[in-house]
Design a protein around this ligand. Sequence first.
Ligand SMILES: [Zn+2]
Length: 377
Amino acid sequence: MLPKTALIYSHSFDQFSYGESHPFKVQRFRLAYELLAAYGLDRLPQATVCEATAVAEEELLTFHDRRYLDRMKEFSSSPVPRADFLYGLGDIENPVFPGFYDWACLGTGGTVEAARLVADEGYAAAFNLAGGYHHAHSARASGFSYLNDAVIAINALLAKGKRVVYLDLDAHHGDGVQEAYYESDQVLVISLHQSGIYFFPGTGFDNETGAGKGYGYTVNVPLLAHSDDPLYMKAFDEVVYPLIAAFDPDILVTQLGADTFRTDPLTNLEITTHSYTYILRKLQALKIPWVAMGGGGYDLMNTARAWTIAWGVMNGVSLSAKLPDRFVAHISSLGYPHRMLVDAMHWADDEERNLALDAVERSIAAIRKNIFPVLIG
Ligand SMILES: [Zn+2]
């Protein structure tokens, strides 16, 4: 019998709006669901599609500050626009829109349910498309994130005595998750991302390695702009994979942002579905119970393609490289010219990739020097 899997979804995921001009488009969830359904991935015999429900407030309090939550609730139901910059609420990045607290609770509830299914119900993998809000802090919204669903779900796993690897593939550093577990040796936090030198959130350097008993349990692989598929796979193979294998977690939690892809309008990496798929297949082969979340991605077809690929990998299904005809017809009417699910492997231009290669080799060397002795010996 095939291992059980769950896709967490809600038709309410796209019933909210950050605003017309905001880069975070809620339509991404529907588009991703439509694509995976066009491949028949909503009807797999081993898979269940589960309706997301809002997280309970007591779960949020394992990480978030009560005053922050109260402020969110107050603003969420306010008939007039409100802002409180102390809490990062109401600025361009994190707008206050009607129901934004309910929106955030729904996405977080999806990730918490994914974690419960994997930890308690024997699911091999559970994937919440509307998760991965890794920038939310305990008492501050940041980077389009209001509630840190990753931390809330990991806290629930820790309460059950589970040891967790959190792997963050988003183009941005997973700063909120790093902060939560910086002094813990129960969660190995690994983030591959565009370097924070001139890039949001400005953290995630390779000398951020954890503190106290958490020393060695925070791993950052910053990538220069123009890092491409071969560099991404190199970083994964040379440090990320051996560290996950050495830590040997009970549960793997991944943030699967697709804003690393080369056509993303907010970032400068040059990654494609090629290395993204490579990494997911290697993770799948580890056979560690897997909780997955979506994440960033501001080119909507990239999020749809990435998450369809990811869900296919979790179910051991190989997908035709050509997008299904009826999906192509559908997206053509929306103005998307795409025909292919997958991209060819991509190399950046020599000059830029040589700089990026030097930088990633320095980071790999630093991680081997500082982290490997703790985890691998
Ligand atoms: Zn991102």
